[in-house]
Design a protein around this ligand. Structure first.
Ligand code: DON
Length: 579
């Protein structure tokens, strides 16, 4: 049996193994695709619908739902559930996420299923007696987890869907129960996390394999399959109550965590008014608080709107300097003002107003770096990028943009014993102490301090752009604090620098977040451009990869959809499917 990636052989499984798998292959395929033989497409175009996500099997599961009469919401639900199985580093039921959508009848939607701090969480829970931060506790193991929101979010989404939930979850159950072959990068990633899986679990999870994983191995997750069946049979209660809740609470007790039955039972997803703003006649729809993503996008796009950035040219020192400076200013506001609006007052209107943003740029000097007020430079860790984004569009005119996460790769690294799913380490997205950087180097203050029930500030930026009031672009990416700046660059690449969606996604990215006062760049960021910017006073650091952006672009003639193009980032196993 062979797995191909871009038509090159990636690996061969052993002969006997092939024979056994062949039987399974007969019973389980998603459309044309088998969990034991799949390839990766980076670009796909159709007229009926498209899905782009971090994993071929998840994209194909979503596409199959579209083919079976589902809409983009059905596909988004099924894709997320499949990702929870085939992409355990970030796909999840033990984490949280955000959905931004635009419906065929013209409604813009934002669903917030971000994790919440448990009822027993306290402001200083990650500080020792002397007030020193205990980042190991906010980033790893049982105490790092917020109350998961994903399952509640999927059921909130379902009211916009057409198919039965039982149908949408079935592929995920099959993938967990019967297994799927893993790619080379998944094998590397699981092996890299093995020491943490052992350290942060009371029972060794299925993600640890003696001798290590290799490409072509089959990952079977029986316990996860049973948990998914409880969700299939009992709805959200199959997760937040009953046996699954009991297993979560027992796991918490074994490992010194604080999530209890009440926290789980009380969790609710929230439908919110999305951020909506105009950029040169296009309508941009984004995620509101507790994500900083939508507001940061609004601030950054509005700060460049009247500066003719398109004529400066893609990756010209002038254009990149302008973008760095707007990023710096927006992120300074993030650190000071942004947090969960259900708990703190966030001056959203002022921060987004034209007069404020004009004032904000009044000290911008072309050709010269504006130093960030040095409070305490963040200490960025090279933690693997493990959030995940999916973009979906259907023939009815619905568009759905979802970013979901466990936070770091494999979240807290703690698997709920007997339930087979990983818990998030999202508590680290709170500001554990003013000025102390989190794992993405982001600093915060009171607005993002820990309070029971509060949602931690996020950078996730699921985004939709409308052209003539109809969905045109569906965009998003993982990448922690680099998410909003990656989405910002992707949109400018398409709108201002007239790039194809594929180029806009794959071109090298850069990032500035106020503190630390550095421009982070990918390895292939042009060296001559870097030198021009260094001459203006900018400091650079290399960051392996920035984001894994998924874009769908929809072309219309009049009202009729003539093409739906899906693009998947070159940076991972990301896969575009369309028909
Ligand atoms: O919500 C946030 O902003 C972060 N928890 C996202 C984490 C992330 O993107 C990790 N991977 N790149």
């Amino acid at each position: 049996m062979k797995i191909t990636i871009n038509n090159k052989f990636l690996f061969n499984a052993k002969g006997m193994y092939t024979g056994i798998l062949f039987l399974v292959l007969q019973s389980t395929t998603f459309g044309q695709v088998s969990p034991f033989q799949y390839s990766i497409n980076k670009q796909a175009t159709g007229k009926q619908g498209a899905v782009s996500s971090a994993h071929p099997l998840a994209s194909e599961v979503g596409l199959d739902m579209l083919k079976q009469g589902g809409n983009a919401f059905d596909a988004a639900i099924a894709t997320q559930l499949a990702l929870a199985v085939v992409y355990p580093g970030a796909g999840n039921i033990g984490g949280g996420g955000f959905l931004v959508a635009h419906t065929t009848d013209g409604k813009s939607i934002a669903i917030d299923y971000r994790e919440r701090a448990p009822g027993r969480a306290t402001r200083d829970m990650y500080l020792d007696k002397e007030g020193n931060p205990l980042l190991n506790l906010s980033q790893h193991g049982h105490l790092a987890s917020g109350v998961p929101g994903t399952v509640a979010g999927l059921f909130s989404t379902h009211k916009y869907a057409k198919l039965d939930f039982v149908k949408l979850i079935e592929p995920a159950i099959k993938l967990a129960e019967e297994g799927f072959v893993i790619t080379a990068s998944e094998a590397r990633s699981l092996n890299g996390s093995a020491p943490s899986f052992i350290k942060y679990n009371t029972q060794t999870p299925v993600f640890v394999k003696s001798g290590g994983w290799k490409a072509g191995d089959t990952l079977i997750q029986k316990e996860l399959a049973v948990t998914l069946k409880r969700i299939r049979d009992n709805g959200a209660k199959g997760f937040y109550e009953g046996e699954t809740a009991r297993l979560v609470v027992e796991e918490m007790k074994r490992g010194g965590g604080i999530i209890n039955f009440e926290d789980l039972k009380k969790y609710e997803a929230a439908e919110r008014a999305p951020v909506v703003f105009d950029y040169k006649g296009y309508t941009v729809i984004g995620m509101p608080m507790p994500s900083s993503g939508g507001l940061l996008m609004q601030q950054m796009m509005k700060m460049v709107e009247d500066r003719q950035i398109g004529t400066m040219g893609f990756h010209s020192p002038e254009a990149v300097q302008l973008m760095i400076e707007v990023e710096r200013r927006a992120y300074a506001d993030r650190a000071e003002f942004m947090g969960d609006k259900d708990f703190v007052k966030v001056p959203v209107k002022s921060l987004a107003s034209d007069s404020y943003l004009k004032e904000r740029m009044s000290d911008f000097i072309p050709g010269k770096a504006t130093p960030s007020a040095m409070v305490k430079p963040g200490n960025l860790q090279a933690e693997s990028d493990e959030t995940t984004h999916l973009s979906v569009a259907d023939r009815y005119g619905n568009a759905v943009s979802v970013t979901t996460t466990l936070n770091g790769g494999y979240g807290s690294k703690t698997v709920v014993g007997g339930a087979g799913f990983l818990l998030n380490n999202e508590m680290d997205d709170f500001s554990v102490k003013p000025g102390v950087p989190n794992m993405f180097g982001a600093v915060g203050k009171e607005a993002n301090a820990i309070q029971p029930g509060k949602r931690m500030l996020s950078s996730m930026t699921p985004t939709i752009v409308l052209k003539k009031r109809k969905p045109w672009l569906v965009v998003g990416t993982p990448g922690g604090t680099t998410i909003p700046t990656s989405v910002f660059q992707t949109l400018l690449n398409i709108i201002e620098f007239k790039q194809s969606a594929l180029d806009a996604v794959n071109n090298p990215k850069f990032h500035h977040q106020w503190l630390p006062d550095q421009v982070m760049v990918e390895q292939d960021f042009p060296k001559t451009l870097q030198q021009s910017l260094e001459a203006m006073g900018y400091k650079f650091t290399n960051r392996g990869q920035i984001g894994r952006t998924e874009v769908i672009s929809i072309t219309r003639e009049g009202k009729k959809i003539t093409a739906i193009e899906a693009v998947a980032d070159k940076r991972g196993d990301d896969h575009a499917s369309a028909y």
